[in-house]
Design a protein around this ligand. Structure first.
Ligand code: ADP
Length: 388
């Protein structure tokens, strides 16, 4: 690695109304600064308005300067941008030029909620840091390897092809990072392991990974498919949309809001923070208990199906806010699977820590881990590797 490649990478995760950033060193993982600029484009009741993503970049610069670092003098080697949807063509990180920005723009119909924010962030950052290479890292890229059968919906083929309708998967950076970190932690070659990764945050997804290559995942064309999430329904009968519309007269917008924002744990018990859900279950709240049971039922369903997809599984890893912190979710998700070679140790599972750790019993044929995710570090590493 040359000297320049040891410098920090600025990682930017821009949404429509927020911009998260981290300035970190890919080699060591050392974080120099991190933060979030919120309410972009909104008129605040108090404080300063952040008119657009250009203004957000200025606020970010100022916040980082307050931490004692002048970005222009920090020796940044690359800016890494998280982009949610890479469509069918972006299966690797890519150096951003005008053509790449246009290609990401072309994918807006596939990710109308997510890609516009990323594009605004990229434009603003490229203007501000014109002399540094910018790299796009796509949330879908890790799942570009899904076998055709796993990524194809059983809908008219020509319609699907014409409109690029297929399963893409999301949270790919996290699934990639955690599967590699799990192998490193165990001192094993990622190519030798069959793994299942459960990324359980507010959004949630699960993946099956054979030898480091993703072969199945629960999110699809959009991040709505799959597991029960904080506010998203995950899998429902596709006929439910028709019922909502024809029987209840709901508009497309209402159906969208209902399934994306008002469903999941929130829809079932009015709460999507698992710390609160745990407390309410402890207090005997039956709605919280049902929500938990539905969440776990769906998780088990997917764990079982990915066992079948893989044939055998060496490692199962829990990650993200819920996966890293919510002890009863980990216990319940894998309870009763001893016959399939999966045994979680109750005491190990109850340990609270920020480090990767084993929670299975010593004689469990499948090793169960908690592995804290670090998408920013993975983006920084991928960006640094691309420009090296
Ligand atoms: P996001 O999908 O928003 O990135 P996270 O991975 O940060 O989500 O997960 C956030 C969720 O993790 C919270 O909504 C909450 O349900 C759950 N959680 C449980 N315990 C904790 C904890 N100790 N700290 C943070 N989040 C927790």
């Amino acid at each position: 690695m040359n000297a320049q490649a040891n410098g920090p990478v600025l990682v930017i995760n821009a949404g429509s109304s927020s911009l998260k950033y981290q300035l970190l060193v890919p080699g060591t993982g050392e974080v120099w600064a991190k933060g979030i600029v919120e309410r972009i484009g909104e008129t605040p009741e108090q404080g300063e308005a952040v008119a657009d993503h250009g203004a957000a970049i200025q606020v970010m610069r100022r916040q980082i300067a307050d931490a004692g670092i002048v970005l222009e003098d920090a020796g940044i080697v690359a800016v890494g941008h998280r982009v949610v949807h890479g469509g069918p063509d972006f299966s690797d990180p890519v150096l951003i030029d005008d053509a790449v920005v246009a290609a990401i723009e072309d994918l807006v119909p596939l990710a109308p909620l997510h890609n516009p924010g990323a594009i605004a962030g990229i434009r603003a950052a490229r203007t501000r840091f014109a002399d540094v290479p910018h790299v796009a890292v796509f949330d879908t890229a890790f799942f570009a390897t899904l076998p055709t059968a796993a990524r194809t919906y059983a809908i008219p083929r020509e319609l699907a092809e014409r409109h690029r309708i297929r399963r893409y998967g999301f949270h790919g950076t996290s699934h990639r990072y955690v599967s590699r970190a799990a192998a490193d932690f165990l001192g094993r070659d990622v190519g030798s392991l069959n793994q299942i990764v459960l990324h359980l945050g507010n959004g949630a997804s699960i993946s099956a990974i054979r030898g480091g290559v993703a072969v199945d995942t629960s999110m699809g064309l959009t991040p709505l498919e799959g597991l029960v999430m904080g506010t998203r329904s995950g899998d429902v009968d596709p006929g439910l949309h028709l019922f909502f519309h024809y029987q209840l007269g709901m508009s497309v917008e209402q159906i969208d809001t209902t399934l994306n924002k008002l469903s999941g744990m929130k829809g079932l018990c009015g709460e999507n923070d698992f710390r609160q859900i745990e407390a309410r279950m402890d207090a005997g709240d039956e709605h919280a208990a049902l929500a938990f049971d539905v969440y776990i039922h769906r998780l088990k369903h997917y764990v079982g199906s990915y066992l079948a997809v893989l044939g055998s599984v060496d490692v199962i890893s829990f990650t993200a806010g819920v996966g890293e912190n919510t002890v009863p979710v980990r216990a319940a998700a894998l309870a009763g699977l001893e016959g399939l070679g999966i045994a979680v140790d109750a005491e190990r599972n109850a340990v609270r820590s920020k480090e990767a750790r084993v929670i299975s019993t010593d004689d469990s044929p499948t090793t169960v881990l908690v592995v804290p995710t670090n998408e920013e570090l993975d983006i920084a590493r991928q960006a640094a590797a691309l420009i090296a």
